[in-house]
Write a new protein. Structure first.
Length: 217
């Protein structure tokens, strides 16, 4: 196996599995290589800029988004889907940076998903007041692979529910460097982010960024 930046963490146990079977919260996993991660993030955004997408119902999303990898998640009047081309630039999405792939695979391995190879990374940029309502990740071709979610910058409250929208949700504070992984019986659980509170972070200023890795194709 090719060495990664995160090999020294292979024996680390997840700090918490409080969300239930199939899930793991890895506190601070991304902090050690913060500079490389942020440099790669801004390079992706320079090639495929952040934009506020519009839902099929015509609502402008409060979260700004871009993608990297072979596939990128998009939404417009035609629906929610993955696309190999960036509709804004007309070209392919930026390649997934190695530091992103290393982090996603290391987190998945620590959480019990050692074969995870993501082909899509959705990058969300939150400003104060931005939020994501409860939703399921259902646009992927195969639900056998987990979701890996990396939090960068301002703290947030992650909402994690059950397989029905009406199920009780857990309110989980997450901070810079935390990584959440869910799959298996939890793969289709509803989840979201409460409105972001105003603040400032040394790495991201007044924003929160989230990297969401998926096997989409």
């Amino acid at each position: 196996m090719t060495p990664t930046l995160f090999d020294h963490l292979e024996q680390q146990e997840p700090l918490s599995k409080e969300l239930g079977p199939g899930t793991a919260l890895l506190r601070g996993l991304a902090q050690d290589h913060e500079a490389l991660i942020m440099e790669a993030l801004f390079a992706v955004a320079a090639e495929s800029p952040f934009r506020h997408m519009v839902t099929p119902g015509g609502f402008r999303m409060s979260v700004a988004m871009t993608n990297c990898g072979a596939l990128g998640w998009v939404t417009d009047s035609k629906g929610y889907r993955y696309a190999s081309m960036d509709p804004e630039t007309g070209g392919p999405w930026p390649a997934m940076p190695k530091v992103f792939m290393d982090l996603a695979q290391q987190a998945a391995t620590l959480a019990g998903y050692p074969t995870f190879i993501p082909d899509a990374c959705l990058i969300n940029r939150y400003e104060p007041g931005a939020r994501l309502t409860l939703h399921q990740d259902k646009n992927e071709n195969d639900f056998a692979e987990p979701i890996v979610s990396v939090s960068l910058g301002l703290p947030a409250v992650f909402l994690f529910g059950g397989l029905e929208r009406s199920d009780k949700t857990i309110r989980l504070p997450i901070v810079h460097g935390d990584v959440l992984v869910w799959g298996g019986p939890a793969r289709l659980c509803y989840h979201g982010i409460n409105p972001l509170k105003k603040g400032s972070h040394p790495a991201t200023g007044g924003y929160r960024f989230n990297l969401t890795f998926r096997k989409a194709g």
